[in-house]
Design a protein around this ligand. Structure first.
Ligand SMILES: Nc1ncnc2c1ncn2[C@@H]1O[C@H](COP(=O)(O)OP(=O)(O)OP(=O)(O)O)[C@@H](O)[C@H]1O
Ligand SMILES: [Mg+2]
Length: 248
């Protein structure tokens, strides 16, 4: 296994489904503290890449190294989560019958402690962290609202907050603004920029106005490989990138 200062290092990763290569010799390097946007047409392999990083899918070949030491291809999903890789799926899974605040407290307590949550007051440290997270996700004013009453956007932000509560070293976010209004999309970009002040993030998204608002380095995936990398302006000016997007 290669030693590296990268937070996440993928090299030569290939995943085949019945002979079809969803990932084809994919390489990717994420620096500690970085936020990276991953774009690419439907079927490019973006979600499969997330599945490989989280241990849901085993690559046929290639290296996946986290934090300079752990070979993720040898670990199961639970061990990878414990190492500090958190993933946000597209569909929010907040507890509808609990308030925003209780959803976050539950996430802070590690989801095991319904009993503690119901019987004991949060510690000072938990309260401070709770306030921090509410401020990052901009939901202080909604903290006493029930999950069921939140808008689609608010549910997504709460879920980002619940992921933050677990304090992962790397946060993976797949299509966070799907189904959001323009205003919600803009707010999500601001929330993730705020999250990135303390956490490394890899975010997959089709929405280009969102990717522009993030203002981070972009990797373009196509047919399971990296097609281009750079600022959004740089990759948008790349004729090969224009070709795959126009050719859809
Ligand atoms: N479990 C599976 N079995 C067979 N084929 C799969 C499987 N998972 C993904 N694929 C195929 O692999 C390719 C890459 O899929 P993937 O979901 O990673 O793309 P994506 O970039 O996330 O696309 P989208 O933008 O639509 O979410 C697609 O052609 C898909 O049909
Ligand atoms: Mg996908």
């Amino acid at each position: 296994m290669r030693s590296t200062s990268a937070l996440l290092y993928l090299s030569g990763v290939t995943v085949s489904f019945d002979g079809f290569k969803a990932l084809n010799n994919l390489s990717l390097l994420i620096e500690p503290g970085e936020m990276r946007a991953i774009i690419g047409p439907n079927g490019a392999g973006k979600t499969t890449m997330m599945d490989v990083i989280t241990g849901k899918t085993r690559p046929d070949t290639g290296e996946v190294v986290f934090d300079g030491q752990a070979d993720l291809t040898k670990l199961d999903e639970a061990s990878i989560a414990t190492l500090g890789i958190g993933r946000k799926f597209q569909k929010p899974t907040v507890f509808e019958n609990h308030t925003v605040r209780d959803n976050l407290l539950l996430a802070l307590a590690g989801m095991r402690s319904w009993y503690r949550l119901l019987t004991a007051a949060p510690t000072k440290a938990e309260n401070e962290r709770l306030e921090e997270i509410l401020s990052i996700i901009r939901m202080g004013p909604q903290q006493h609202m029930l999950g069921a009453r939140l808008s689609h956007g608010q549910k997504q932000w709460l879920e980002i907050g619940m992921l933050l509560a677990q304090n992962p070293k790397l946060m993976l976010v797949d299509e966070p603004v799907a189904g959001m209004t323009d205003v919600e999309t803009e707010t999500t970009a601001q929330v993730l920029r705020e999250v990135n002040k303390s956490h490394s993030v890899v975010v997959v998204e089709h929405d280009m106005s969102f990717v522009r608002a993030l203002g981070v380095k972009v990797t373009v995936l196509h047919e399971g490989s990296t097609l281009a990398e750079g600022s959004l302006d740089q990759v948008s000016a790349d004729p090969r990138v224009v070709e795959v997007y126009l050719g859809r």
